[in-house]
Design a binder for this molecule. Sequence first.
Ligand code: DAT
Ligand code: MG
Length: 139
Amino acid sequence: MSGNKTFTMLKPDAVEKGHIGAILNQITESGFRIVAMKLTQMTEADAKEFYAIHKERPFFGELVEYMTRGPIVAAVLEKENAVEDFRTLIGATNPADAAEGTIRKKYAASIGENAVHGSDSDDNAKIEGAFHFAGREMF
Ligand code: DAT
Ligand code: MG
């Protein structure tokens, strides 16, 4: 059975370009409820841990540099079928392949700087939410 929570980050490029409001609006208009949220900045150690699954990939160094270069918005979102529906809302990893109207199609510049994160499974949604938020910060 699919769960009802996912984890997202509005990445440094989206924050730099002033897209926080527009992206959060699209997220909530699409039926997601924000149950935790903050503006924060990942340290190098944070980014290396968060993206540890990609540590052998050639883009890992760039990914860590990008994710730590400025503030992000971290949030936990609630909706029925949250993980899958949120991945549909954000679109493909490479914005060039993302469907019209998706968040990455509208706001992402490249595969490396793709504006937004969405968990890829219920288990990872839990792990990633707990990485950024204490239990008392989730509502
Ligand atoms: P997603 O963020 O869609 O879950 P992923 O988990 O495969 O994608 O990769 C995590 C992030 O790493 C992705 O959002 C951007 C970066 N990335 C992935 N593939 C890349 C590539 N081929 N070149 C540069 N950056 C890449
Ligand atoms: Mg992923």
